[in-house]
Structures are given as structure tokens and as C-alpha cells.
Design a protein around this ligand. Structure first.
Ligand SMILES: Cc1cn([C@H]2C[C@H](O)[C@@H](COP(=O)(O)OP(=O)(O)O[C@H]3O[C@H](C)C(=O)[C@H](O)[C@H]3O)O2)c(=O)[nH]c1=O
Length: 187
């Protein structure tokens, strides 16, 4: 498995090996021991899988607050998407900074996003599927969102003239400047 650091400490790109043959390929999409050997020891407890039918579907920027904060390991099961993490840990030198990467079925890349980061993505192809592991269970009472197009974060979604397809929740999400982050940076 290839591991690459990013501009946000703790946000890591993982690319599992693919073993190709005349039938296609085989890949271990997650192996706890491999992760532990790489110094990444997260006890994932829930797998999520969503399908977004339209190009330009935006889901995010989401978080779950403590005590149900979630680290996530994100991959694209079908199609292509641009995945983004935003550091919102109070006191972090990279507070409000974002990192984005294209994840696709083709490139097989995965993004590890620690707790304390917002997560969101935009789809680049129809019928794109995202699959991700979470380190805590769904807790709707702890669920929250910040505007995907928040000017203070300034994510370049590179959507061109594609209009975003949003849930009602995301369309009325708060701005970062109004967000009292429940996360703190612990160095
Ligand atoms: C997240 C979640 C949702 N649900 C139910 C609740 C709703 O009835 C339905 C759709 O939920 P929501 O609109 O919050 O789904 P997304 O907009 O894809 O939200 C997710 O998208 C961003 C990118 C994330 O990283 C989070 O995992 C999550 O916030 O699934 C569940 O039953 N379990 C869950 O873990």
C-alpha cells in the first residue's frame, strides 16, 4: 500500500495495491494490520456507501461532534469525485485550511480524514458511489454541516458551469465564521 502525506498533517492518501490478471484485478481495500504497520491505528466501526446520480452532487461539509466524532477512510467505488477535508480544530496551525483530491474507481486512491476535520465531496461523473469507513457510529444529534462554498475556506471545487446538487441540510448550512468548533488541536 502506498502512503502519501498531504498539506494537512494527519490527512493521508492511501493507495492499496491492485493485482491484475486477465479477469480484472484484486485489491485489499482495507487491512488493519497494514494500517497499524504504517502507524495508523483507527478502530473503524461503520461502513457507509452512498450513490449520487447527478454530476455536481455536493455532500458536505459535514462533521459529527464529540463524543461521536468520526475519522473516515474514503474511497470511490464507482465513477469519480473530488474529496475535501477541512481542518476545524481550534488552535490548529492549519485551522480553516483545506485539502482536496480526486478519488475514482480508476485511481483506487483513498483519503484518510481524522476526527476534527470537515468532510465533503463533489461528483464528477453520473452515478458516482462513495464508500467510507467511520470510527464512530452515526449520531444524528451530533451531526453538523458548514457551507461547502464558504468564502473563508475558499475550496476550489473546479465545478465550471455545473450547478451544485445539494440536500436541504447542505443548502442551509452555517458559515465557518458562525461555527463554534467542538474540536481542539492536541498537537
Ligand atoms: C450519515 C448517515 C446518514 N444516515 C441516514 C440519515 C438520512 O436519512 C440519510 C441521508 O443522510 P445525509 O443526507 O446526512 O447523507 P449525506 O449527505 O451523504 O451525509 C454524509 O456525507 C458526508 C460526505 C459525510 O462525510 C458524512 O458521513 C455524512 O454527513 O441517511 C444514516 O442512517 N447513517 C449515517 O451514518
Amino acid at each position: 500500500m502506498q502512503i502519501e502525506q498531504t498539506s494537512l498533517p494527519g490527512v493521508v492518501i492511501l493507495t492499496p495495491a491492485r493485482f491484475g490478471d486477465h479477469r480484472g484485478f484484486f485489491s485489499e481495500s482495507w487491512n488493519r494490520q497494514r494500517m497499524q504497520e504504517a502507524g495508523i491505528d483507527i478502530d473503524f466501526v461503520q461502513d457507509n456507501h452512498s450513490l449520487s446520480a447527478q454530476v455536481g452532487t455536493v455532500r458536505g461539509l459535514h462533521f459529527q461532534s464529540p463524543p461521536h466524532a468520526q475519522a473516515k477512510l474514503v474511497r470511490c467505488g464507482k465513477g469519480r469525485l473530488f474529496d475535501v477535508a477541512v481542518d476545524v480544530r481550534k488552535g490548529s496551525p492549519s485551522y480553516g485550511k483545506w485539502f482536496g483530491i480526486e478519488l475514482s474507481f480508476e485511481n483506487g486512491k483513498q483519503l484518510l480524514i481524522p476526527a476534527g476535520f470537515l468532510h465533503g465531496f463533489v461528483t464528477r461523473e453520473p452515478d458516482t458511489e462513495i464508500i467510507y469507513k467511520c470510527s464512530d457510529y452515526y449520531a444524528p444529534e451530533c451531526d453538523g454541516a458548514v457551507r461547502f462554498d464558504d468564502p473563508d475556506i475558499g475550496i476550489d471545487w473546479a465545478m465550471g458551469d455545473v450547478a451544485p446538487v445539494l440536500s436541504e441540510k447542505d443548502a442551509k448550512a452555517q458559515l465557518l465564521r458562525d461555527f463554534d468548533s467542538p474540536f481542539t488541536f492536541d498537537g
